[in-house]
Design a protein around this ligand. Structure first.
Ligand code: URA
Length: 298
């Protein structure tokens, strides 16, 4: 593995300035390497082993970044876009210098857990269709979700393009129908959410950000027409385009609000409000890395 790099490149990678600014800084003697003042911006250093000090500040090198973002509605999961704001715009410049990208996509109107990293291998492993990394969502659905849907989702749903999904675990957390339904089927007790985010809060999000969330018309129409709302949690083991919305469409229901709460072993940190982010803790990163190893079903 290549361990050496140019001094000005190391500082540039960390966002300390453009190459030309850094060259000038080094030439005027602003940098020491292992205690010795250096004047050559192209000097080869080991960024992990050599002690680099810039204008009195000890520089700690790293080249990878792992961020958990609570994606808000209204932002697209892309690094650039001509029309919409991207999730990258929610990160400060000092993190954007690491060129992070989203690990997979959430729709523009979906909220919740989105990882951003510049680690292509980890991203590839988490997204690989062969790995079946499970993703859990909370959704507000127009219609009566009940035990037939639980059974259909458990065997696989045929989407609009003919694709049959892998078995998915649907838990109905609240539905006018579900209590009697579950009791009749003897499967009561499957109504525990892995997140503390509630149906009322989801409805509040629709009220607060109506312009950002799609299906506003259908939501208002549904409620005006007296159509019941269901609050569900769904775990899927793949990530087809608009998968959760299309799975409900396949059983004649409409997702009005969607939030991702888990990806593999990583739950959304619920202290993060939509739009907030934090870097992953060391143990979270370890769990992600180990998870892909133990869960590789190939
Ligand atoms: N399924 C969807 O329909 N949308 C998302 O954003 C994620 C999963």
């Amino acid at each position: 593995m290549k361990t050496k790099m140019r001094l000005d490149k190391m500082l540039g990678n960390l966002g300390y300035g453009t190459r030309s600014v850094l060259k000038a800084l080094v030439r005027k003697g602003a940098v020491t390497v292992n205690g010795a003042r250096v004047k050559e911006p192209g000097m080869q250093i080991d960024p992990h082993a050599d002690e680099v000090v810039l204008e009195g500040e000890r520089i700690v090198y790293r080249d990878t970044l792992y961020v958990m973002l609570h994606k808000p509605a209204g932002f697209v999961s892309a690094t650039e876009d001509n029309r919409d704001r991207t999730v990258l715009e929610l990160l400060p410049e000092e993190l954007r210098v690491f060129s992070p990208f989203p690990v997979g996509r959430l729709d523009k109107d979906t909220e919740g857990l989105l990882l951003l990293t510049n680690d292509g291998k980890l991203s590839h492993d988490l997204l690989s269709p062969r790995k079946h990394v499970p993703k859990t969502y909370l959704a507000l659905v127009a219609g009566l979700v009940g035990s037939e849907d639980i059974a259909t989702f458990a065997t696989g749903v045929t989407l609009d393009d003919g694709y049959v999904t892998l078995p998915a675990a649907l838990r109905v957390l609240s539905s006018p129908k579900i209590e009697a339904d579950l009791a009749a089927d003897g499967i009561a007790g499957n109504m525990r959410a892995s997140s503390t985010f509630t149906m009322d809060e989801a409805i509040g999000r629709l009220d607060t950000f109506p312009a950002l969330l799609t299906n506003r018309t259908s939501w208002q129409e549904a409620v005006a027409a007296g159509e019941p709302l269901s609050w569900i949690e769904l775990t899927i083991a793949e990530g087809k385009y608009h998968q959760v919305k299309r799975m409900f469409e396949a059983v004649g229901k409409k997702v009005l609000y969607l939030r991702r709460t888990e990806m593999g072993p990583l739950p959304l940190d619920e202290t993060l409000a939509p739009g907030q982010w934090r870097e992953l803790a060391e143990d979270e990163l370890e769990r992600l890395r180990n998870y892909k190893k133990t869960e590789d079903r190939t």
